[in-house]
Design a protein around this ligand. Structure first.
Ligand code: SAM
Length: 220
């Protein structure tokens, strides 16, 4: 069962947790191990979201995927298990402790060969990918520190091919996006990104009310 959904009421959340997805034994194990890290485990994506990412990647038959923010590996497991053997997932995270847990699960899921790890600050890593102009991603998932969300979007969009899909997590931010008394850096950055995407003619988008909100952008 996933951690509490921050934006849907308890009864509905419980209903979704019973019928809304089928979580593999390995993903359950990953979620249980992550819970042992304490309150920080809230950073993990919801199970319904993981299932959604998996279906999306199966339908999209993406060849070159990117994830910014790995944590203990849940979403990277969903993405890498869904793509074909000759497809690749580049992941970026700057935390060794989390990456070590993720690596253990990639091994168990037999997806190590598909994953290219960049252990670096995401802004630095993305700037380097930007200078390597032949790098084109057809799928990307942004789920790292929220304060840099606009910068991540700006750096990733030019790296994406037309027809590609960009997903961004936590875009409803437990409802803090509409609470104007909340002016933290993270909240302000998510608000700015939501506004930017709304005005961005390069993409077609939808904010999904799944888990903590996830925006899906189609690159035109
Ligand atoms: C919300 S968690 C990612 C959750 C993950 N997608 C999952 O499936 O559970 C955010 C991750 O971003 C990483 N992170 C935060 N700031 C970063 C930065 N500036 N550069 C690289 N990684 C960063 C953290 O170490 C953490 O693992």
């Amino acid at each position: 069962m996933s951690a509490d959904s921050p934006i849907i009421k308890k009864e509905l959340r419980e209903y979704v947790d019973i019928l809304g997805y089928s979580e593999s034994e390995l993903l359950k194990k990953n979620r249980e191990e992550t819970k042992k890290l304490g309150p920080i485990s809230i950073m993990q994506v919801g199970a319904a979201q993981g299932a959604f990412l998996s279906i999306l990647c199966k339908c999209g038959k993406f060849k070159n995927c990117l994830e910014v923010g790995v944590f203990t590996g849940y979403s990277s497991l969903c993405i890498s298990s869904a793509i074909e053997n000759d497809s690749r997932l580049t992941v970026i995270d700057n935390n060794n402790e989390y990456l070590d847990i993720a690596k253990k699960y990639w091994k168990l899921a037999n997806v190590v060969e598909k994953i290219n790890v960049i252990k670096k600050d995401a802004l630095e890593a993305l700037s380097e990918l930007k200078s390597n102009s032949d790098k084109q991603f057809d799928f990307a998932f942004i789920d790292a520190d929220k304060a840099n969300y606009v910068e991540y979007y700006d750096l990733i969009l030019p790296l994406m091919s037309r027809g590609g899909i960009l997903c961004i997590d936590n875009t409803l931010w437990k409802g803090r996006v509409y609470d104007l008394d909340n002016q933290t850096d993270s909240t302000k950055a998510i608000r700015s990104l939501n506004q930017k995407i709304k005005n961005d003619k390069r993409v077609e988008h939808s904010i999904l009310t799944i888990y903590d909100g996830m925006t899906i952008c189609y690159i035109k």
